[in-house]
Ligand binder design. Structure first.
Ligand SMILES: NC(=O)c1ccc[n+]([C@@H]2O[C@H](COP(=O)([O-])OP(=O)(O)OC[C@H]3O[C@@H](n4cnc5c(N)ncnc54)[C@H](O)[C@@H]3O)[C@@H](O)[C@H]2O)c1
Length: 348
């Protein structure tokens, strides 16, 4: 198996207590002798949750700290072979309400990481997760990497700036960076406390609760969704590929489904919930991109990545996970941090 190449390597996951980062940590923990470190600030309103790594906590060195703290990040990058840079704020709506916060999470923190690598570990491979939201309203579909960039929100602008930082450091300082533009991702370990990080986790919760899933507009907007395991595959492939360095890749899915179809699938799978079409709230209308899905041709050709998970199977697995772990995702997170988790104590 190709991912055995990570054996014996040191890996830092930024944002590793969050949804995608913790799934990556779980996958890496299955490979023998991988040294896994996480930095996560457990930022309020984001998806960080200590329970996400509860079953692998003996395999992970956890540093609860903000990546923008140069003193911390300068120490942490030393000796890392790979850095999966997943820290960030995902919420488009929050970015419009609190643009300075988004600038901090999605730009400033990444400059600190890149500066740390430039000074203390220029040989590390860095995989950065961006978003297809950078394209804005599609001029054509499916979106490919040449589509014009015209974000509809602050989050998209800041994520694009961070992409450019990563690629600039590749050109200017020969850092080994690669950018993946993710589409909506779903699966285990995603926060279900609010609906500001995208619709899918909120639909899952509402269906499981037997509530009414509200579809803005007519619910006919078509999207592609990736199951988190497939995204983890893409991250790991990008990490291993020298050809990928300096490149941007879309991660799309060939199934293009409407929001109404997704809601109805969840209702069928849970046996609960209903749907109701409602007018778009003005602040949501502003950032909505309508039909939106990506072509994965480039990553398929260069890295051999294709999503393997059919939407229905992925949703089924997601629901099963939350049925078994409901109490850890249904209310405020259990993020009481013990002293031993602080970055300073680990470094000292
Ligand atoms: N989930 C999706 O559908 C999706 C779609 C497109 C792109 N992405 C990108 O993937 C990445 C991971 O997303 P996710 O869904 O796992 O989000 P998440 O909110 O679950 O996880 C992000 C984590 O980053 C941490 N974090 C934020 N700023 C930090 C900082 N300065 N220092 C340390 N930790 C910090 C948060 O505490 C959180 O635990 C993000 O960069 C996001 O933009 C996600």
């Amino acid at each position: 198996m190709i991912f055995e190449k990570y054996k014996g390597r040191s890996i830092l996951i930024t944002g590793g207590l969050g949804f995608i980062g913790s799934n990556l940590a779980h996958r890496l923990s299955k490979i023998e002798d991988v040294d896994i470190s996480i930095i996560d600030s457990l930022a309020e309103g984001q998806g960080g949750n200590l329970y996400n790594i509860e079953s692998i906590k003996d395999r992970v060195k956890l540093n609860v700290a903000d990546m923008s703290d140069s003193w911390v990040i300068n120490h942490l990058v030393g000796g890392m072979d790979y850095i999966f840079n997943l820290a960030g704020s995902v919420s488009h709506i929050d970015s419009m309400k609190m643009p300075h916060n988004d600038l901090h999470f999605n730009c400033e923190a990444h400059l600190s990481l890149l500066e740390a690598c430039r000074m203390f570990n220029p040989g590390a491979k860095i995989v950065f997760t961006s978003t297809r939201q950078v394209y804005g309203k599609p001029a054509y579909l499916p979106l490919d990497e040449h589509h014009r960039i015209q974000p509809t929100d602050i989050n998209g602008i800041n994520k694009h700036a961070a992409e450019m930082y990563h690629l600039l450091y590749e050109r200017a300082y020969s850092l080994r960076t690669v950018v993946l533009r993710l589409t909506n991702t779903y699966g285990e370990r995603q926060q279900l406390n609010h609906n500001r990080q995208g619709f899918i986790s909120w639909f899952v919760r509402q269906a499981m609760e037997g509530e009414t899933i509200e579809l803005f507009g007519d619910g006919r907007q078509r999207r592609d969704l990736n199951y988190v395991d497939d995204v983890v595959d893409a991250l790991l492939l990008a990490g291993l590929s020298e050809e990928a360095e300096g490149e941007i890749f879309n991660l799309g899915h060939p199934q293009h489904v409407s929001l109404a179809e997704i809601a109805n699938e969840l209702i069928a799978l849970t046996g609960r919930g209903t749907v109701l079409g409602v007018p778009f709230p003005p602040e949501r209308q502003l950032t909505d991109v309508g039909n939106c899905y990506c072509s994965s041709k480039k990553i398929e050709q260069l890295l051999g990545w294709q999503p393997k998970t059919d939407l229905k199977d992925g949703l089924k697995r997601t629901i099963e996970f939350y049925q078994q772990n409901r109490e850890h995702y249904w209310s405020a997170n259990e993020n009481t941090v013990s002293e031993s988790y602080t970055a300073l104590s680990q470094i000292a």
